[in-house]
Write a protein that binds this ligand. Structure first.
Ligand SMILES: *Cc1c(COP(=O)(O)O)cnc(C)c1O
Length: 410
């Protein structure tokens, strides 16, 4: 049961959030129109939802879905597949597909997401990493949580093959990029080296604004289907969109040289990917409202949060510095307890593959680990920040967030 105090807090925060919610709804309407127009133009029909088997040559459902993603992202080409096991797999496929021994990549957004560090062979080598293939890596650290623009000219040279740009904050307190930031970065890079490929890790960023990175100068992007763009329905998978020649190179890495994107059975039901895409602008808006609400509640309770409730957002993540391991545990347990699936489980910190610190996660989700569904996680390290994201419905997220707040202050 929620106490009077929490209910009152909830009411206050709801009132204060009204203006932000209205802004989010407007973006959701614009993106819904963008998606609907693409479905109409491409004449999506029941025939595209049929399952395919074996090599699946000429699978019209697979081909149309690629076209749909390309159109929505304003890209030349797309590769949308459940054969990608995760977002990291799609991102790694771009890197291994495009890069060759001796190439150099530069991260413009500081330290990459934990699993990408393992792909790169970041501080220590990891078997099978880019480093093992002779691809060198450098990064421009973020300055006070923001892109260090003046440094770009000191790092990007005529030799730099690819610039890595991470849109979301990941597990860090840095700011997520806004589309306007991505525009500035891409133009700064191209001014120095017009052939340098601008590659955006688009995880958690889809439909947060009314433009996507390709529209402001990115060459290629990749992300996960069990985040924003899957709308909570996609059962697994990842996507790549971008310049035709680059997507093609990635496709040879996903399957095999010569085969590329022309094979790959849908097995399950492709309808879930189509329908999830249709829901995605709305579901992303639900997640954004949930994040804003959580920001409001926890800032009222005196915790350091990022972004602030009124800040314009670049991703769906809300970071809350919970100060102690105990609070982090309480928070995650409450989110789990008020989930539709596995509500009886109590999360414990564990050593996750690809991550350096122990991580505690709450995810009572229909799709295992889907972080467009309400989920919370945080590495067991100072400042014990929890990263809250998702929420298929704002109503559900609100209930869970209020219970988490109550657990922590009681
Ligand atoms: C989620 C995410 C990834 C990929 O993670 P997966 O769990 O493999 O899907 C990569 N980068 C960022 C910033 C992310 O948020």
């Amino acid at each position: 049961m929620l106490t009077e105090k929490i209910l009152k807090l909830s009411e206050n925060v709801s009132k204060k959030s009204a203006e932000q919610f209205e802004r989010i709804e407007k973006i959701s309407e614009q993106n819904s129109l963008k998606v609907l127009e693409a479905f109409r133009e491409l004449k999506i029909s029941d025939a595209h939802f049929k399952t395919s088997t074996g090599y699946a040559y000429g699978d019209i459902g697979r081909e149309k879905l690629d076209e749909l993603f390309a159109k929505i992202f304003r890209a030349e080409s797309a590769l949308v597949r459940t054969q990608f096991v995760s977002g990291t797999h799609a991102l790694a496929t771009v890197l291994f597909g495009i890069l060759r021994p001796g190439d150099e990549i530069i991260s413009l957004t500081g330290e990459p997401y934990d699993t990408m560090q393992t792909v790169i062979g970041y501080k220590k080598n990891s078997p099978g990493s880019l480093k093992e293939f002779g691809i060198s890596y450098k990064e421009i650290p973020m300055r006070d949580g923001k892109i260090d623009f003046p440094e770009i000219k000191n790092f990007i040279t005529s030799k730099t093959k690819l610039a890595l740009i991470q849109r979301s904050r990941g597990y860090s307190m840095r700011e997520p990029l806004k589309i306007s930031d991505i525009e500035k970065i891409c133009s700064a890079v191209k001014k120095i080296n017009s052939r340098c490929i601008t590659f955006v890790d688009n995880c958690y960023g889809e439909f947060v604004e009314n433009l996507e990175p390709i529209e402001v100068g990115a060459d290629i992007l990749a992300g996960s289907l069990i985040k924003n763009i899957g709308g909570g329905l996609a059962p697994t998978g990842g996507y790549i969109v971008g310049k035709k020649n680059l997507v093609e190179l990635a496709s040879y890495r996903l399957t095999a040289p010569g085969m590329g994107g022309e094979l790959g059975a849908s097995l399950g039901t492709p309808r879930l990917l189509y329908q999830g895409l249709f829901f995605a602008p709305h579901v992303t808006a639900q997640a954004l409202k949930s994040a804003i609400f959580a920001a409001g509640i926890f800032s009222e309770l005196g915790f350091k949060i990022s972004p602030l409730p009124e800040e314009i957002r670049g991703d769906i993540i809300q970071a809350i510095e919970l100060k102690t391991a105990e609070n982090l545990e309480k928070f995650c347990r409450a989110i789990q307890k008020f989930s539709p699936v596995d509500s009886f489980a109590a999360p414990e910190a564990w050593d996750m593959p690809g991550y350096d610190d122990k991580v505690i996660m709450a995810a009572g989700t229909f799709v295992q680990g889907a972080s467009i569904e309400l989920s919370a996680d945080g590495p067991m390290r100072e400042p014990f920040a929890v990263y809250l994201q998702g929420g298929l419905t704002f109503e559900h997220a609100k209930i869970a967030i209020l219970h988490a707040a109550q657990e922590i202050i009681s």
